[in-house]
Write a protein that binds this ligand. Structure first.
Ligand code: DGL
Length: 262
C-alpha cells in the first residue's frame, strides 16, 4: 500500500481528459496534475525541445514525491517516453498512444482516421503502431488545426470551435472511415462537437483515456503501490506558467468533477 500521489503531466490542459478517467476509476488515489502551459502547444516543436520539457516535468513531480507518472500527452509520449524511462528506470511511467490498435481491430470499413498533432503523426512511435496493426487498414492522418489552442483558451463552446471542428471532421464524412481516433488529449474536450458532425454517419469516436486509466490500475496492483480502500485522496495542480493559469487548471478540473457527479 502506498498513499503517495500519481503525477499526471501534459503540455497544458489536455491531460485533464486523462485525469478525469483516473479520477473515475481510482477515486482513492491522490493526483498531482502538472500542466506545463508555458511551452504549450508542443505539437509543432522539435523532439529535443519536448524531451527537455518532459524531463523538467518529471523532475518537478518527483520533488512532490509521486509514486508513478502518467504522461497524459500523446506528443510528449512519442517524443520523450523512451528517454524518461531510461533516465528513471525505477519509476513506473505510463504513456499515451493514439488508440490505433482498438480502432484497427474494430473497423468494418477498413478505413480509419487518426486526429493528432503534427508531431505525433510524424513520430516513429505512431508509424510503428500503425504498421503493426493497420496492415490492411487505411489510416488517414489528420492534424486537428487550432484544436489545442481552442481548449487552452477555454473556447470549446464557441463558434470558433465549431468552425475548426467542422473544417477538420466534415471532409472525413465522405472518406468512408468508420472510426475516428482522438490521438491528442486536448481533443476529447471537443468530442461533443465532433460527435455532432458525425451523427448519423455510423462513425465511432475513440480516445485513449479509459484504457490508460485501466493500465494505471493494473500497474498499481502489479507493483503493490495502490492506495488503500477508503484513502482520503488529494487533488493538486501545478504549472510552469503563471498562477492565473494554475487556477484555470484547477477550475477546469472542478467543472469536470461537477460533470462527473451529475
Ligand atoms: N495534449 C497533447 C497531446 O496529447 C499535446 C498538445 C500540444 O501541446 O500540442 O498530444
Amino acid at each position: 500500500m502506498n498513499r503517495a500521489a500519481i503525477g499526471v503531466y501534459d503540455s497544458g490542459m489536455g491531460g485533464l481528459s486523462v485525469w478525469r478517467e483516473l479520477r473515475r476509476l481510482l477515486p482513492c488515489e491522490s493526483l498531482i496534475y502538472l500542466g506545463d502551459g508555458k511551452n504549450c502547444p508542443y505539437g509543432g516543436r522539435s523532439r529535443e525541445e519536448i524531451i527537455g520539457f518532459a524531463e523538467a516535468a518529471v523532475e518537478r513531480l518527483l520533488t512532490e514525491g509521486v509514486k508513478m507518472v502518467v504522461v497524459g500527452c500523446n506528443t510528449a509520449t512519442t517524443a520523450a517516453i523512451d528517454h524518461l524511462r531510461q533516465r528513471w528506470p525505477e519509476l513506473p511511467i505510463v504513456g499515451l498512444e493514439p488508440a490505433v490498435k482498438p480502432a484497427c481491430l474494430a473497423t468494418r470499413s477498413r478505413k480509419i482516421a487518426v486526429l493528432a498533432t503534427e508531431h505525433s503523426l510524424k513520430s516513429d512511435m505512431f508509424l510503428r503502431t500503425a504498421s503493426r496493426y493497420a496492415d490492411d487498414v487505411e489510416v488517414l492522418k489528420v492534424v486537428g488545426r487550432d484544436f489545442v489552442e481552442i481548449v487552452e483558451e477555454s473556447e470549446e463552446h464557441s463558434e470558433r470551435a465549431e468552425r475548426a471542428v467542422r473544417s477538420v471532421v466534415e471532409p472525413l464524412l465522405t472518406e468512408g472511415v468508420d472510426k475516428i481516433v482522438l490521438g491528442c488529449t486536448h481533443y476529447p474536450f471537443l468530442r461533443p462537437l465532433i460527435e455532432d458532425v458525425v451523427v448519423g454517419h455510423d462513425i465511432e469516436v475513440i480516445d485513449s483515456g479509459e484504457a490508460v486509466a485501466r493500465r494505471v490500475k493494473w500497474l498499481l496492483e502489479r507493483y503493490d503501490i495502490a492506495a488503500e480502500e477508503g484513502n482520503e485522496s488529494h487533488l493538486s495542480f501545478l504549472t510552469f506558467h503563471t498562477e492565473e493559469y494554475r487556477l484555470l487548471l484547477e477550475r477546469k478540473a472542478q467543472s469536470i468533477l461537477e460533470q462527473m457527479s451529475k
